[in-house]
Write a protein that binds this ligand. Sequence first.
Ligand code: FES
Length: 120
Amino acid sequence: MSQVEYQFACLATDVPEDGAKNVNLDGKEITIFHTPSRFIARSGVCKHNAFKLEMCERTGDTIRCPLHGWTYKVSTGKGIKPSYTQLESYPIAMRGEEIWVQPEAENSGDDDFDTSGFDW
Ligand code: FES
């Protein structure tokens, strides 16, 4: 397994409190979420149809994609609706006010996009 280097993503001040910011590292869209306790790096796009997650509606630990209503927990990346989906997680490190991210996911976040049973 290759060692992927951390890359500079953005400044902490670039991500509003309780907000999010998308960055592109090595061609991967990654969302940095600012939570009350820490910054979290997740897949930058909705698993349904690639809407940028920085533009999702956020209520506490939940984000909701405005296009078709898929929802996720920020803290775990786990899908709520539908529950089988999972956002990728990326290692994150703070260097002073700088946010650095490894653009290789800790988990694949792969799912089979089986939308049966999902109420559109
Ligand atoms: S693109 Fe996000 S729910 Fe459809």
